[in-house]
Design a protein around this ligand. Structure first.
Ligand code: GDP
Length: 367
């Protein structure tokens, strides 16, 4: 019997046969053919032509975790590399609510007024947790989102900060090859992601707010030290005086910092991203910076140093991934951890055991 509840002894209780549910997966979906992945050559050709669909597909490959996608992405990046580098890379940071997206919308439109193309990329360390990245979201930059010369890409979401940052760094190469001569890289000013952004941009802009009376306490000194320009947003309406006061405070705080290696003296300006006041002045400052570092050779020197940095960063990241993603190592690590927690082996000896196993397997050498 299908339903024992329908037995005569259960009076008054009947259970109908269930209605069969439609499958949760559309049975026709398999009929829709997936677009085949273009070859590296096709992709490079499309990117160099400025084809946005091709660029997006290449960026998706860069972000993919699949080894075959990664290999293809590397081939595309390699071929795009000679066509990259000719852009202004600008990092933009600020705490949530500082007005980054509003400002990027305004700055972006200002930049595009004089022609060219703009790519807005993002590094959002939290996107891993929330499974959806916040930064670089098109809906946050309403006017840029519909601008034909703007390309907006949210933060890559999977992996470590190092991995996410590397992907953004590689995406910069692709965007430049596609003719984007202004690249904005946005990040939240709360953690280590600024260091990653700083290591891939020419100019680092810190967006601040006035009005809390403890402006200088909220941000880490290190972030201020990295900034080539500090801009105080929301300098409008009632907030104008407070913004000016904050400007004076930041200026005096900066005077206590050691001089920047570039020889450039970071400037402090006020503006309003929302009411679009002072946008041109912020951009004039950035223009002056580029002129200055092109003249004194710092621009080239910094880019060379960044290229070297990314080589070692990539090695570090790939080594870590290769080590930690290895199932054999995972088991050994779990065992080692147990031994350490039970006080049966020291941390160092346990680490050595695992590393020796890893090195022995890969290179035949041990520590
Ligand atoms: P984000 O989190 O840093 O990207 O900040 P948003 O751009 O989303 O802005 C946060 C809030 O501040 C929003 O409600 C904006 O409308 C507001 N806002 C941004 N820029 C300005 C500005 O220049 N003046 C004023 N008064 N409000 C602003």
């Amino acid at each position: 019997m299908q339903h024992p509840e329908n037995d005569d002894k259960y009076i008054g209780l009947t259970v109908n046969s269930g209605v069969s549910q439609p499958p949760s997966v559309n049975p026709y979906i398999s009929r829709q053919r997936r677009k085949p992945i273009p070859t590296a050559g096709e992709m490079v050709e499309g990117i160099l032509r400025g084809d946005v669909t091709m660029l997006s597909r290449a960026v998706t490959l860069v972000e993919s975790l699949s080894p075959s996608h990664q290999a293809l992405a590397q081939e595309v990046i390699e071929k795009c590399l000679p066509h990259s580098g000719r852009s202004r890379r600008i990092g933009i940071t600020g705490v949530p609510g500082a007005g980054k997206s509003t400002s990027i919308d305004a700055f972006g439109l200002h930049v595009l007024k004089s022609g060219g193309k703009l790519a807005v990329l993002a590094i959002d360390p939290s996107s891993e947790r929330t499974k959806g990245s916040i930064l670089g979201d098109k809906t946050r930059m309403e006017r840029l989102a519909v601008h034909p010369s703007a390309f907006i890409r949210p933060s890559p979401s999977a992996g470590s900060l190092g991995g996410v940052a590397r992907k953004t760094r590689e995406t910069i190469v692709l965007c430049e090859a596609a003719g984007y001569d202004n690249i904005f890289v946005e990040t939240v000013g709360v953690g280590q992601s600024e260091t990653a952004v700083h290591s891939m941009v020419d100019f680092f802009l810190l967006i601040q707010l006035a009005g809390t009376g403890d402006e200088l306490q909220g941000i880490k000194r290190g972030i201020m030290e990295m900034a080539d320009g500090i801009v105080i947003n929301k300098a409008d309406g009632d907030n104008l005086d407070r913004a000016r006061l904050a400007q004076a405070q930041f200026r005096s705080a900066l005077m206590l910092f050691p001089p920047a290696e570039s020889g450039w003296k970071p400037e402090v300006l006020t503006y309003s991203g929302y009411y679009e006041l002072g946008i041109a002045e912020v951009w004039d400052m950035i223009d002056r910076y580029f002129e200055f570092v092109h003249q004194n050779g710092y621009f080239e020197a910094k880019r060379a140093r960044q290229a070297r940095y990314w080589m070692y960063e990539t090695i570090d990241e790939q080594l870590r991934a290769n080590f930690y993603n290895n199932p054999e190592i995972e088991t050994l690590l779990a065992e080692g951890e147990q031994m350490v927690l039970a006080n049966r082996r020291t941390s160092f000896a346990a680490a050595r055991d695992v590393l020796n196993h890893y090195f022995n397997r890969n290179t035949g050498n041990t520590l």
